[in-house]
Design a protein around this ligand. Structure first.
Ligand SMILES: O=C(O)c1ccccc1N[C@@H]1O[C@H](COP(=O)(O)O)[C@@H](O)[C@H]1O
Length: 215
């Protein structure tokens, strides 16, 4: 099956249309004020109306409370909630039940024991996003252009549909897919010309390489 691609951290129409036209299956909007990719609900709502049916609109949140989720979901017709903080499995289940949307939980990996969390979150989340664990002094829990050792995932059974993330670029995405057999990939900084601004040519190149047949 073709690899699904998520282009995350879209802030403006040019990047969004490049992602959609090149075949992205998911587009991501970041609701996290510390991120250079943060968008207001109003901006996201304006972009969301440009997303065709068949492309899922993902809202990325970091440890949101219910009020923060309400504030966005009352304005933006999201299809999936991405939780990218230290939300517990119980909180993932609570968000899913309270808001009635599928939840994609990000799990950070840097060493073999981090893989245990994939089981715990796999029991409650609809999808998993397997990302690099940020360094201790990182200001963002993701979107840092940091990769992990993809060989940790080789041959691993994952309970739920999942995307590989962390430090992916047009140059390395095919190798990452080859090593991990990821059914989908997610990228943010690796297709930007500046933080928060997607480079349409890099977006197209990334999607073409991610979806090319594996040799
Ligand atoms: O992109 C961000 O600014 C961001 C902020 C806070 C949490 C997660 C964030 N991005 C997610 O991280 C992955 C990996 O990013 P990158 O490709 O290494 O730059 C990205 O796909 C987003 O889902």
């Amino acid at each position: 099956m073709a690899v699904s691609v998520k282009i995350c951290g879209l802030t403006e129409a040019t990047g969004l249309s490049a992602a959609v036209e090149a075949g992205a299956r998911y587009v991501g909007f970041v609701f996290f004020p510390k991120s250079p990719r943060n968008v207001t609900p109003e901006t996201a709502a304006g972009l969301a109306v440009q997303v065709p049916l068949g492309v899922a609109k993902v809202g990325l949140f970091v440890n949101p409370d219910d009020a923060a989720l309400d504030a966005v979901l009352s304005r933006v017709p999201l299809d999936i909630i991405q939780l990218h903080g230290s939300e517990s499995p119980d909180r993932v289940a609570e968000v899913k039940s309270r808001f009635g949307l599928p939840v994609m939980k990000a799990v950070g990996i840097s060493e073999p024991q981090d893989l245990d969390a994939l089981w715990d979150y796999g029991l409650v989340a609809d999808m998993l996003l397997i990302d690099a664990k940020p360094s201790q002094n990182a200001t963002l829990p993701g979107g840092n252009g940091l990769a992990f050792d993809w060989r940790l995932l080789a041959g691993r059974q994952i309970l739920k549909p999942w995307l590989l993330a962390g430090g992916l670029t047009p140059a390395n995405v095919a190798e990452a897919i080859r090593l991990t057999r990821a059914p989908g990939v997610d990228v943010s900084s690796g297709v930007e010309s500046a933080p928060g601004i997607k480079d349409p040519a890099r977006v197209r190149d990334f999607i073409a390489r991610a979806t090319a047949p594996i040799l």
